[in-house]
Ligand binder design. Sequence first.
Ligand code: NAD
Ligand code: WQD
Length: 339
Amino acid sequence: MKKECVLVAGGAGYIGSHTTVELIEAGYDVVIADNLSNSEMRAVEGVRKITGVDVPFVQVDCCDKEAFRQLFEQYTFDSAIHFAASKAVGESVEKPMLYYRNNLLSLMNLVELMHEYGRHHLVFSSSCTVYGEPDKQPVTELTPRKEATSPYGNTKQISEDILRDTVKAWPEMKAIALRYFNPIGAHPSALIGELPRGVPQNLVPYVTQTAAGIRKCLSVFGDDYPTPDGSCIRDYIDVTDLAKAHVKAIDRMVGGKNKAGYEVFNVGTGRGVSVLELVKGFERVNGVKLNYKIAPRRAGDIIAIWADPTLANEELGWRAERTLDETLASAWRWQQSLK
Ligand code: NAD
Ligand code: WQD
């Protein structure tokens, strides 16, 4: 029987590469499209090594519709996942046009080409950033979205709206938006992981680079928040667990199990972890001492957010399986493999 094929746009990136591995292990064929604007071919090579499959890779900018069209001419697939976006919140404040153009145009081109070529199932990378600072924890999919505080966050809200409106107009199209909480860690093989460019903005890459001696000292941004230990709380989700949620979302659409044309799921563990808990957990699990200091609050940080993942548990049959300790160990193994 011919296998279903999935187009993974942005598949050379952090989450896309891990998702490609899980799709292949679940029996899907994959074609990766990426312009390598924030990734390297080593991720694709890592995926090929892990899976033993010579996954096709097409270097293309999804914002270039005619170039993207060539891929639709060349490959047959029924489903696609859109990871192809820029993701640095701070940069998006400085360069809003870059973010609106890249994140929205790449998605609109993908959706229009899928419609034109009769490809009907789309999974979209959304973010817990759409909830802003929630009034109540944990957040469910019914928790109201708050006004976005960055152009990046706004692109996620607008993208969700684009999909909601499009499936209404084109009922044969089905879309699932996955709202990721904070993805961390690396594949257990340490052949793929996060490859931040320049100084990491996110906590875990900063932690691993500090442990490796690349950064001198980790700043813990704020210990005077109204939380049990004063540091901010997040829901850190293992990247392989997150990748598996995409497989479940594709399975759902391929199996015709959607309850609506457009659906939204939180992808988190349901566990809130503070910055200081994470730092101390990293030290304990990996037997390393981290040089860190308490620093002033970072502008724009929300105090606390964690997911209620019940809907994904029940409807997608997905749940986070890895412990935070396992994930922090995988992040450190990956960092060490980069030496
Ligand atoms: P990433 O930067 O590692 O991966 C994105 C990939 O898309 C990169 O390989 C990049 O080269 C590619 N890309 C970007 N624009 C493109 C374009 N126009 N055409 C072709 N390829 C393009 O980021 P990631 O962490 O893997 O994130 C993937 C998605 O998940 C993004 O949409 C991001 O906004 C979303 N997301 C990420 C996080 C996170 O913390 N990592 C959290 C929530 C949501
Ligand atoms: C986590 C916690 C920091 C670095 C961002 C985006 C969000 C989503 C995920 C895409 C916070 C603290 C961090 C450091 C620290 N991305 N921290 N020292 O801010 O929750 O979310 O990535 O959609 O949209 O905003 O993640 O990893 O940057 O921070 O103390 O050097 O770690 O203050 O409390 P964040 P993060």
